[in-house]
Design a protein around this ligand. Structure first.
Ligand SMILES: CSCC[C@H](NC(C)=O)C(=O)O
Ligand SMILES: [Zn+2]
Ligand SMILES: [Zn+2]
Length: 402
C-alpha cells in the first residue's frame, strides 16, 4: 500500500491502524514498539508505565523551554472496540485507502475512535521538531490502554501514580466525537455512568397456576418505574431551553434497560429475576439524591439493588482562564465554529478532571458521519491532514499559554 504518492504521515497513520489493539485481546506490545519507533524518529523522550502488567501507558514527551511550568497532556487511547467483519466492506485492520473523488477514504477500526487523534498529535509534534518550533511548556502525548472497557487498568490507576504526578500536567486534550455538521464539538464535562441491577425474588411454582407475588411481577413494577423516568427525561430532551436553543443528550439523564435475566423453562415460575440498567447522569443531577431514589424504588418494590458502577464526580473544565483563552484563540485563528457540550458517555477525561487536570474532549472531525463503534469506520485522508494542522495550531497555543 505504501506507494510513493501516499503522504508519509498517512502511511504512518495506516501502519498504526493495522496494529490489532482490539478488545478483548489488544496487541499492546506491537503498539508500544510502534510508538517507541515514532519517538526515536521524531526525537521525543519515551517512557512506559505498566500499572498492571501488559497494560502499557506510553508517554512521548517534547520538552518545553520552561520545564517547570505545568505541562500539556495530549491523551488518546490505543485500544479499539471489536468488529463484526462480515458487516464490513473492507478489512477492519487493513487500513484500506479507497479513492473518494479527489480525496481518499481510510477504512479501519479506530480510524475515528481514536487512532486518528493519537497520530495527529504525533504529526503535530513531528512538525514542531522539523521546523525547530520551541514551545514554552512541555507537551506529553499519552497513549493509554483499555479506555474502551472503562480505563480501570489504564488511566484510572495512572493518575494515582508518581509517574503521572511527575508529568506536572496543567491542561489536557482528550477524545470527543465527530460531528456530521460543520461545527467542532468541545466537551468540557461528561455524564456520570450509573450501572445498576435490580434483583427480584418471589414465589415459585407451576406455570399453569396463579402464583402470587412472583419475582416477575415485582421486577415488572420496577422496570415500569424506571422506564417512566426514562420517558420524562426523553421529553425534557425534546423540550427547548427557556433561553432558546435545543438541549443535547448530555443535558439530560438517560436510562436504558440493558440486561434481563430469569427463568429455566416455560412451565416453571422462576424464584428470581434480574433487570440491569445503564443510566447516565447529567452533571447537574444531585448524585446522592438520585442514588437514594433508586434505593427507594427498590425498597418499595421489595427487590434488591446492586450498584455495579456509580461515578459520583461531576468536575467540569472551566471555560475561563489562560488555557481556555488559548484554546479559544486557536479556534479563532483556524476560523473554526464550535459549540460546548457535555459528553454523553464516559471517557478517560473523567479521571483527569477528578485528578485536578482540566480536560477538553475534542474530535477534529467535522462534516463526517459518526462511525465510532460502527461497521465500516473510516475517515477521509483530508480529515486526517486537517487534524494535523488543527493540533499544530491548538497545541502551539496551549503550550505557549502564559
Ligand atoms: C463506563 S466505562 C465504559 C466507557 C464507555 N466509553 C465510551 C466513549 O463509549 C461508555 O461510556 O460506555
Ligand atoms: Zn474512544
Ligand atoms: Zn470508543
Amino acid at each position: 500500500m505504501a506507494s510513493s504518492d501516499v503522504p508519509e504521515s498517512v502511511q504512518r497513520f495506516i501502519e498504526y491502524l493495522r496494529i490489532k489493539t482490539v478488545q478483548p485481546t489488544p496487541d499492546y506490545a506491537s503498539c508500544t514498539l510502534f510508538l517507541r519507533r515514532q519517538a526515536e524518529e521524531i526525537g521525543l523522550e519515551f517512557s512506559v508505565t505498566e500499572c498492571i502488567a501488559g497494560k502499557p501507558i506510553v508517554v512521548l514527551t517534547l520538552p518545553g523551554l520552561c520545564p517547570s511550568e505545568p505541562s500539556i497532556i495530549l491523551n488518546s487511547h490505543t485500544d479499539v472496540v471489536p468488529v463484526f467483519p462480515s458487516s464490513w466492506t473492507q478489512d477492519p485492520f487493513g487500513g484500506a485507502r479507497v479513492a473518494d473523488g479527489a480525496d481518499h477514504r481510510i477504512y479501519a477500526r479506530g480510524a475515528q475512535d481514536m487512532k486518528i487523534v493519537g497520530m495527529a498529535y504525533l504529526e503535530a509534534l513531528r512538525a514542531f521538531r522539523r521546523e525547530g518550533t520551541r514551545l514554552r511548556r512541555t507537551v506529553h502525548a499519552v497513549f493509554v490502554p483499555d479506555e474502551e472497557i472503562g480505563g480501570h487498568e489504564g488511566m484510572e490507576l495512572f493518575v494515582e501514580r508518581d509517574e503521572f504526578r511527575r508529568l506536572n500536567a496543567g491542561f489536557a486534550l482528550d477524545e470527543g466525537m465527530a460531528n456530521p455538521a460543520d461545527e467542532l464539538r468541545v466537551f468540557y464535562g461528561e455524564r456520570a455512568p450509573c450501572w445498576v441491577k435490580f434483583v427480584a425474588r418471589g414465589n415459585a411454582g407451576h406455570g399453569s397456576q396463579f402464583i402470587e407475588d412472583t419475582a416477575g411481577e415485582r421486577l415488572h413494577r420496577v422496570v415500569g418505574r424506571m422506564l417512566a423516568f426514562r420517558s420524562e427525561q426523553l421529553e425534557l430532551l425534546r423540550r427547548p431551553l427557556d433561553a432558546g436553543g435545543l438541549r443535547t443528550l448530555g443535558d439530560v439523564t438517560s436510562t436504558n434497560l440493558t440486561l434481563l435475566q430469569a427463568g429455566v423453562q416455560h412451565n416453571v415460575v422462576p424464584a428470581e429475576a434480574m433487570a440491569g440498567f445503564d443510566i447516565r447522569m447529567t452533571p447537574n443531577v444531585d448524585y446522592a439524591g438520585f442514588r437514594r431514589w433508586l434505593q427507594q424504588v427498590a425498597d418499595e418494590e421489595r427487590v434488591e439493588l446492586e450498584f455495579v458502577q456509580f461515578w459520583a464526580d461531576n468536575t467540569m473544565t472551566p471555560r475561563e482562564g489562560a488555557f481556555w483563552a488559548a484554546f479559544e484563540g486557536a479556534l479563532g485563528q483556524l476560523a473554526t465554529a464550535y459549540r460546548c457540550e457535555i459528553f454523553p458517555a464516559a471517557t478517560d477525561s473523567r479521571y483527569l478532571r477528578r485528578a485536578g487536570v482540566p480536560a477538553l474532549g475534542v474530535s477534529p472531525l467535522c462534516g463526517l458521519p459518526i462511525l465510532l463503534h460502527d461497521h465500516d469506520e473510516y475517515v477521509r485522508e483530508s480529515d486526517y491532514l486537517r487534524a494535523v494542522d488543527f493540533y499544530r495550531c491548538v497545541v502551539k497555543a496551549l503550550a505557549n499559554a502564559e
